[in-house]
Design a protein around this ligand. Structure first.
Ligand code: 8OZ
Length: 367
């Protein structure tokens, strides 16, 4: 029996198998950044995943960076998500919400009147985002003042509270892919001279304070975190010593006893080995102090790789992104080694049910 298909306990969350649906931005929220009927159907179809991590969802209006991404800061959003979590739970699944603040990866047209994106620095990213007018260059950010950080941390905490009210099994803090928390972590951008810039300990401070706040609000057993130590995503640039930076981060996270850590190995959605990094060394540091802490891996895994990494004990959980877009019954297809549907890129971001809730599942197995 392959362990990939056996149940697993991550903190307070019991998973029916080790296969996780990775967070996937799909830009289909309703006005008010509220999830609606389409999201209920999309996530319900994928409830056989051991765990679903929702698409990244902004913790505040200022945390949004793309058109039509959902939030988890308003009453209407909580009510919308409640319908999603009820549907997934009724189908026997487990679901956590990814808590997101994009930092400087935004455009003024997506933000409340008069606001500009915020970051660790005032330096703009050389990248585009998707607005009501299509792809546009991101707007120049301003550096957050030190005295604004407690409010930001409180927003993560309130979002975590909202998530539990919405019926989620927990939250995954988005600490990856060039967004706000990673903008503080890496010295390729963070040019601060306060207690949140400079040394590794200072650059990790905001992330660790956010994790402390979320854990204090909803408990460590319902809290996960996603990291991407060497991704080039969103023009952040590489840290001068990623191994030391992330070694410090996981060493400081271990005593929190989180439900799971979720690692993007390599370039998000791209090459796994473009930048050298010893992910297993990171895992060993983390597991030394938190052996029960689930280690979730992601990025370009196929069936053989996933079976292998779990069988070797090098990971507890494996997250799949694009395969879950195209295969609502991915767990069954992996178990039976059945062919997979191909995901259609044209319908990844925005639109309706086409390329979203219309990918076919296998016919029911013969009795
Ligand atoms: C693709 C498009 C927009 C956002 C990430 C939340 O990379 C995202 C994202 C992905 O983490």
């Amino acid at each position: 029996m392959h362990t990939l298909f056996t149940p697993f306990r991550a903190g307070d969350i019991t998973l029916a198998n080790r296969i996780v649906m990775a967070p996937l931005t799909r830009n289909r929220a309703l006005p008010g950044r509220v999830p609606g009927d389409l999201q209920v159907e999309y996530y319900r179809q994928r409830a056989s995943a051991g765990l679903i991590v929702t698409e990244a969802s902004q913790i505040s209006p200022e945390g949004q960076g793309y058109l039509d991404t959902p939030g988890i800061y308003s009453r209407e959003q909580v009510a919308g998500w409640r319908r999603v979590t009820d549907a997934v739970h009724a189908a026997g699944g487990r679901i956590v919400i990814q808590l997101w603040h994009v930092g400087r990866i935004s455009h003024v047209s997506l933000l409340p009147e008069g606001m500009v994106p915020v970051s660790s620095s005032a330096r703009a990213a050389n990248t585009k985002t998707y607005t009501a007018k299509g792809f546009e260059a991101v707007s120049a950010p301003r550096a957050l003042r030190t005295d604004e950080l407690p409010r930001l941390i409180a927003e993560y905490r309130a979002a975590a509270r909202n998530a539990i009210e919405a019926g989620f099994d927990g939250v995954e803090v988005h600490g990856a892919n060039g967004y706000l928390l990673e903008q503080f972590l890496r010295d390729s951008l963070n040019d601060r001279t306060d207690a949140y810039g400079g040394s590794v300990a200072n650059r990790a401070r905001l992330l660790l304070e956010v994790m402390d706040a979320v854990v204090a609000e909803i408990g460590a057993g319902r809290t996960g975190l996603r990291l991407s130590p060497v991704t080039p995503a969103n023009d952040l640039g590489q840290d001068s010593d990623a191994q030391a930076l992330y070694g410090h981060v996981v060493e400081r996270l271990a005593p929190l006893k989180l439900a799971y850590l979720h690692l993007i190995e390599g370039a998000t959605g791209g090459p796994r080995d473009a930048v050298p990094f010893d992910f297993d060394a990171l895992r060993r540091i983390y597991k030394r102090e938190h052996p029960a802490g689930a280690w979730m891996v992601n990025n370009g895994y196929d069936r053989a790789m996933a079976l292998g990494v779990v069988a070797r004990g090098a990971a507890d959980l494996v997250a799949f992104g694009k395969p879950f877009i195209a295969n609502p019954d991915l767990v069954r297809r992996l178990r039976e080694d059945a062919p997979l549907n191909e995901a259609k890129r044209e319908t990844f971001y925005g639109g309706g049910s086409a390329g979203y809730t219309d990918y076919p599942a296998l016919e029911p197995a013969a009795a």
